[in-house]
Ligand binder design. Structure first.
Ligand code: PLP
Ligand code: MN
Length: 377
């Protein structure tokens, strides 16, 4: 940190007040983050399931370390480069919740397995052979899980027979350990009501049950059933089938998750606190319009516009690359004002920034690099 110049290399220094932070900046509210991490850790423990938070959401080794300290068994990653970044930063158990088929990437993954416990998902027998050959070359062992499509129609095998055949192939492949099953249904996570998500979960469970039965009938022990996200984890945790949760967004939350409703009809942002903000600054008030400095290069908008926090009546109405249009009917905003925005979607927003500014009580406590920023390959 000594060689980094605030305002040039980094958006702030520890000890600065929030209104000194160079904007737009990614702000992490430590009280909210710690509360979310503790809450999910306690919920997983109470349900008797392991928690392996998804690191693709925050891409931060510092956040991952807080999750590990709270009892997480390891971290999920989506890409090999992301897994490498976390292992380089000291994380020692990563699961790539994805298929890796490119020979160069398979080689890197097998090499990484010599530095940490590394897992990966498969849905194809040729891929199993390639992973095994790479592990033999490197003298390493990969934990390989069969991904089952439980209704998202993304990756994963379709039938119990396919799952059994793949599990057998993994078991007999040198250099590979059969790690179990990944059953993640992403499409249900953001369904607006608890009842809709419950119905989607039941359909997803109905696809998993025959797979687990077929594995058992074939005499194949299934050590892990991993899946679940912020919108569904309660169902998986209570099912008695899933042994591990992969939730990611719960740690930071975003506007899109905030507006879906949980059991009893309350919003999810009443349950989980917004810990992630884009701090923006009002840079123009000409012609009665307020314009801030946070547009599409500061946060993504595919899941909806950001929400303005702590400024009654002020709303974020539209964006361009570097500008955000604010509606301020009472005319209270002043030039230079800092405003906190809750981004629509946390994962891709984190990937836009080099640094997270960790604050408590409006004072900067730490600067955290976004460790795996840009590691999307
Ligand atoms: N697991 C997998 C495989 C995912 O793709 C995702 C997110 O897309 C998650 C877990 C985490 O989901 P969430 O951020 O909704 O908690
Ligand atoms: Mn997401």
């Amino acid at each position: 940190m000594e060689n980094l110049e605030p305002g040039y290399d980094i958006p702030a220094l520890p000890g600065w007040r929030e209104d000194q932070v160079q904007t737009p900046a990614l702000l992490v509210d430590l009280d909210a983050l710690e509360a979310n991490i503790a809450r999910m850790a306690a919920a997983a423990q109470a349900a008797g399931v392991a928690l392996r938070p998804h690191g693709k959401m925050h891409k931060s080794a510092d956040v991952a370390r807080l999750q590990m300290a709270a009892g997480a068994v390891g971290l999920c990653c989506q890409k090999v480069s992301e897994a490498e970044a976390f292992v380089r930063a000291g994380l020692r158990d990563v699961l790539v919740t994805n298929q890796i088929v490119d020979p160069a990437k398979i080689d890197r993954l097998a090499r990484l397995a010599g530095m940490a416990a590394v897992g990966v998902c498969v849905d194809n027998a040729a891929n199993v052979a390639d992973l095994s050959a790479a592990c033999l070359r490197h003298g390493t062992t990969l934990r390989v899980l069969v991904e089952v499509d439980t209704g998202q129609a993304r990756c994963g095998v379709d039938t119990p027979d396919q799952a059994v055949a793949l599990a057998r192939a993994i078991q007999s492949a040198p250099g590979l350990d059969f790690g179990g099953v990944q059953a993640y249904q992403g499409a249900m996570q953001h369904l607006p009501t608890h009842a809709e998500r419950q119905a989607a979960f039941q359909a997803s469970q109905a696809r998993l049950v025959p797979v687990l039965a077929a594995l058992q009938a074939a005499g194949i022990a299934c050590p892990t059933v991993t899946g679940g996200g912020t919108g569904s984890w309660g169902f998986e945790a209570a099912s008695g089938l899933w042994t591990e949760l992969q939730c990611g967004s719960y740690a930071f939350m975003d506007a899109d998750y905030g507006r879906i409703t949980g059991a009893g009809g309350s919003r999810l942002d009443a349950e989980w606190q917004n810990a992630l903000f884009v701090l923006a600054q009002v840079m123009s008030l000409s012609r009665g319009r307020a314009v801030c400095d946070a547009g599409l290069k500061a946060m993504t908008a595919e899941s909806g516009l950001p929400l303005v926090r702590g400024r009654e009546g002020v709303t974020y109405q539209g964006y361009s690359d570097e500008h955000g249009q604010l509606d301020d009917p009472a005319g209270r905003l002043r030039l230079g004002d800092r405003i906190r925005l809750v981004p629509g979607h946390c994962d891709p927003t984190c990937n836009l920034h080099d640094w997270m500014v960790a604050t408590r009580g409006g004072v900067v406590q730490a600067l955290w690099p976004v460790t795996a920023r840009g590691k999307v390959f």
